[in-house]
Design a binder for this molecule. Structure first.
Ligand SMILES: NC(=O)c1ccc[n+]([C@@H]2O[C@H](COP(=O)([O-])OP(=O)(O)OC[C@H]3O[C@@H](n4cnc5c(N)ncnc54)[C@H](O)[C@@H]3O)[C@@H](O)[C@H]2O)c1
Length: 252
């Protein structure tokens, strides 16, 4: 029996939530499996996390929209490390085009990564969790799955709402196997990459007019919630989606 838990995180090598979750779960003592579409930065993060966790934290290049590749990576991880205890589905991509103008290609790409990618990872993690009679999954959704807004684009909002529904059904199916499945719906979570997309005025206006807690959300805010949700302290929580927006988009 393996004492160190193995956690797979998708899109873990970016500037935002994924790498913060990876650092937090390594600090929690887990063997973190870093996966991302882009190979850059993964080796460095792997080295850093291996030192923090005190066990090897390997990396795999993985496009979550490649169903067969997800199967290969997840089976390899389970085989090498004795199972998959935790899965965090963080990969996301968006396009902001009105429905009346959106190309089928853009719609499909968004659904393939955000929704089907989440499905594929759950599809190939769950059999390993079921055979261990234990597991915890956290899916990163978005407040866009709840809101009536033009800010995020229809494909992204539909995909993230789908992630919430997928979370509930998978939770209902797998509670009997001692597997919990939850989702987090973040509001605006700052990272340096967003600074390149949005003008400074966007952040200034958010801070002045919207930020209830007088600051922007940080990737670590989401990482703390993931750490809780995959822990024993959250042992009676499943099928839920938790909004995490610093009070900007409260959802009851
Ligand atoms: N940042 C926000 O304000 C915010 C708000 C709500 C929800 N979210 C969600 O949180 C998650 C993380 O977003 P983030 O902004 O923190 O960025 P992030 O840095 O955690 O994630 C971006 C990463 O996604 C990877 N990626 C893109 N396509 C991929 C694919 N097909 N397969 C695997 N990896 C892929 C990129 O390589 C990059 O490393 C996403 O699902 C996003 O939709 C973010």
């Amino acid at each position: 029996m393996n004492d160190v838990k193995t956690a797979i995180i998708t899109a873990a090598a970016g500037a935002g939530i994924g790498s913060a979750v990876a650092r937090q779960l390594a600090a929690d003592g887990m063997r973190v499996i870093i996966t991302d579409l882009h190979e850059g930065r993964m080796a460095k993060l792997s080295e850093e996390l291996s030192q923090t966790a005190g066990v090897e934290c390997p990396w795999y290049a993985l496009d979550v929209s490649d169903h067969d590749a997800v199967e290969k990576v997840f089976d390899d991880v389970a085989h090498r490390y004795g199972g998959i205890d935790v899965l965090v589905n963080n990969a996301g991509w968006s396009v902001i085009e009105p429905v009346s103008e959106m190309s089928l290609e853009a719609w499909r790409k968004c659904l393939d990564i955000d929704l089907t990618g989440t499905f594929s990872c759950m599809r190939f993690a769950l059999p390993h969790m079921i055979s261990a009679n234990s597991g915890a999954i956290v899916n990163i959704s978005s407040i866009s799955g709840w809101e009536m807004t033009t800010e995020h684009g229809a494909a992204y909002s539909a995909a993230k709402a789908g992630v919430m529904a997928l979370t509930r059904v998978a939770a209902a199916e797998n509670g009997k196997h001692n597997i919990r499945v939850n989702a987090i719906a973040p509001g605006l979570i700052y990272n340096d990459f967003l600074r390149r997309i949005y003008p400074d005025t966007f952040f200034d206006s958010y801070l002045e007019k919207k930020a209830v807690l007088n600051r922007l959300g940080e990737p670590e805010d989401i990482a703390h919630m993931v750490s809780f949700l995959v822990s024993e302290k959250a042992g009676y929580i499943t099928g839920e989606t938790y909004g995490l927006s610093g009070g900007v988009h409260p959802h009851a």
